[in-house]
Design a protein around this ligand. Structure first.
Ligand code: GRF
Length: 318
């Protein structure tokens, strides 16, 4: 349970301990204040007591927790946590389409194709956008993306990048005649993150498709808002370090979730954290295993990832 909380809140063990301590101290302080207030005004009426307790829980408890979190160094966590709960209680619900049991799609960031922009009627040839796909595994998503853009006049996959010389995706690159680059840890994390090589190949946009290394800040700075990732679950759940491949699906099944899905998001310096572009869900039945769930997720990924990339590339890259 503690491991799951750590993953959910993206904190280490020590921070989790301080957070739980803060919750407990905040609760006791709030209870103590409640008893004092009731005693002070000698309040007996049940209705007033109920109202008072509601106020204590919704206002005083978060306040106590916030105050205690300052000396314990957990203020930023609680500020975000309370803001999120406040938004959930009082804010507007995110707009979703009608619930469809088979597959629900929630587009969080509007994609450029939704803007109904008319293409400009000029005689200029459409500009080609050059893409690199980073992958560490079999590369079925890379293949789906390659297939999608095979006859495109505007998008070209110029490079396949992998950290694993034996990765299936490199065989795909060879078969499809796409140049590939095998990267090394030292240079990726402590060198220039291969920015020079990417620029030399004309790479303008980076797609992570099952790439298992964290993206270093040198690369994020060189490609701001131009790196996207696909995660095989509904973030923020089941994300973070160690949550990849079958580990994700096994955790989802073990928790008896009723649905899972995919998340396409921008990449920032934390694992599975950048702003979400699109989520799409699938149902989980009692018969599902991590393997059958993985197959459902792959189907969703192959269906949505290429077209989301296409939509993102339609807006001018800055
Ligand atoms: C996909 O499930 C993707 O969501 C995750 O890694 C997996 C890669 O699969 N990030 P493949 O190599 O594209 O088949």
């Amino acid at each position: 349970m503690f491991k799951r909380l750590q993953q959910k809140w993206k904190v280490n063990g020590w921070q989790l301990l301080l957070i739980i301590g803060t919750f407990a101290l905040g609760g006791s302080l709030c209870g103590y204040a409640g008893r004092k207030i009731l005693g002070l005004f000698a309040i007996d009426a049940a209705l007033i007591r109920v109202v008072l307790y509601i106020l204590l829980i919704t206002l005083l408890w978060p306040l106590c927790v916030l105050v205690i979190s300052i000396p314990l160094g957990q203020f930023p966590f609680f500020k975000k946590y309370i803001a999120r709960i406040g938004k959930r209680m009082f804010g507007r619900r995110p707009q979703t389409t009608d619930y469809r049991p088979q597959e629900e799609i929630v587009i969080v960031h509007r994609l450029s194709s939704d803007h109904h922009q008319q293409p400009q009627t000029t005689n200029h040839k459409p500009q080609t956008k050059n893409l690199a796909v980073f992958a560490s595994g079999a590369g079925s998503n890379a293949q789906a993306i390659i297939n999608h853009f095979k006859n495109s006049a505007t998008v070209k996959i110029v490079l396949i990048v992998s950290n694993k010389p034996e990765a299936g995706v490199l065989k795909i690159a060879e078969k499809e005649n796409i140049p590939s680059l095998i990267i090394e840890k030292e240079k990726f994390f402590r060198g220039n993150a291969y920015v020079d090589e990417l620029k030399q190949n004309g790479v303008e946009f980076i797609v992570l498709a099952g790439f298992l290394w964290k993206v270093p800040s040198a690369l994020i700075k060189a490609y701001p808002n131009k790196i996207v990732n696909i995660h095989p679950a509904l973030l923020p759940k089941y994300g973070g370090k160690g949550m990849y491949g079958m580990h994700v699906h096994a955790a989802v099944i073990a928790n008896k979730e009723k649905e899972s899905g995919i998340t396409i998001h921008y990449v920032d310096e934390l694992y599975d954290h950048g702003s979400i572009i699109l989520q799409s869900t699938c149902e989980i039945t009692g018969k599902d295993t991590p393997e059958t769930l993985a197959a459902k997720i792959h189907t969703l990924e192959h269906k949505h990832y290429p077209s989301v990339i296409e939509s993102l590339l339609k807006s001018p890259l800055k």
